[in-house]
Design a protein around this ligand. Structure first.
Ligand code: SF4
Length: 324
């Protein structure tokens, strides 16, 4: 499979400033040297606790955040080192679906105007061509044409997310960052939106970076899954392999927390993590997970574990996976 996106040694820090002169007194280390490829036509799930850097990763890929260092290549174009014309082109090819469809829609614009705005900015279509495109878009996202004259507050959460998806598709993108796209929705609506995303991927040949903390959803929709902890990718594998054979203690703990129909069974297997997640402004030395890991060894406190190959296409950054 061809690689659509190549992320190399990505680091993103946010400065902590204090005082009258906004002196830099520290930094929040949101992403700590991650390297990751996303293949054309795949859905890559990105999971981890809140604040682990999932959303910042997606925003860096889209160019909404400028990386502190590292490179991101989209179809071999360096997203942070390209000319204005290329940047404009990239904005068409990459889009985002937000977590909260209500706050991501302008309450003072009708849905018709919201959908037409990007076309008017990026493409030179006649009015009838724009109307035909919008009609097609409503068809594929399962929305009636009556939505066009309405405002966001007139819709339910599920309908608003369909509108958010329609807006993301307006410019025929190839790649979409879906940032917790169903976590603000009722469970009954979540399935509809997930199935819609699956169908659109097949019909339109899309590639997704699917960000979520809900492992059941990620298991259902993703081809591969990357697990993040404190700004690092700690495990990466094909979905079935990761869920059947998790190697990193953090992944094992995350998977053990997925609810099962048998409460007695799930309670006996649940791995409880001790302590809180450390502050990204004050990261631990060595393995970032060592403060909560029951297998911690001396080396874990001093050196960052590299990503070991567990099997073909399965890597875990843990000294337990080292072959001595
Ligand atoms: Fe635990 Fe050490 Fe593995 Fe980190 S490297 S997850 S501390 S065993």
């Amino acid at each position: 499979m061809d690689k659509l996106i190549k992320i190399k040694n990505l680091i993103k820090e946010f400065p902590i400033q204090k005082g009258f002169f906004n002196k830099k007194v520290g930094a929040v280390h949101a992403i700590n040297n991650i390297s990751l490829d996303i293949y054309k036509g795949e859905t890559l799930g990105l999971v981890g606790e809140s604040g682990c850097g999932k959303t910042t990763t997606g925003r860096c890929v889209l160019g909404l955040e400028i990386p502190t260092s590292g490179t991101i290549l989209f179809d071999d174009i360096d997203t942070n080192n390209c000319d204005t014309a290329q940047k404009k082109e990239l904005k068409k090819r990459m889009q985002i679906i937000f977590q909260n469809p209500y706050s991501s829609l302008n309450p003072r614009m009708t849905i018709g105007d919201t959908l037409k705005e990007p076309i008017a900015i990026h493409k030179h279509f006649s009015k009838s061509e724009i109307d035909t495109n919008i009609k097609k878009l409503l068809d594929v996202t399962g929305l009636p044409s009556t939505v066009l004259n309405k405002y966001p507050h007139e819709f339910s959460g599920g309908q608003r997310q369909r509108i958010g998806i329609a807006r993301a598709l307006v410019l025929n993108p190839e790649f979409i960052v879906a940032d917790e796209p169903v976590s603000a929705l009722d469970v009954s609506i979540q399935a509809q939106i997930i199935n819609l995303l699956q169908n659109l991927k097949k019909e339109l040949g899309l590639t997704y970076l699917f960000i979520s903390h809900d492992l059941s959803v990620v298991q259902y929709i993703s081809d591969r899954v990357a697990v993040m902890y404190l700004g690092e990718i700690v495990e990466l594998a094909y979905t079935e392999e990761l869920f059947n054979n998790p190697k990193h203690p953090y992944t094992q703990a995350l998977l053990s927390a997925i609810p099962t129909p048998d409460p007695n069974n799930s309670a006996s297997k649940r791995i409880l993590l001790a302590g809180d997640i450390p502050s990204p402004a004050n990261l631990p030395e060595g393995c970032k997970f060592h403060t909560r890991c029951k297998y911690v060894m001396d080396i874990c406190r001093k050196e960052i574990p590299p990503a070991y190959n567990v099997q073909d296409n399965h890597q875990a950054a843990c000294y337990l996976c080292r072959e001595d």
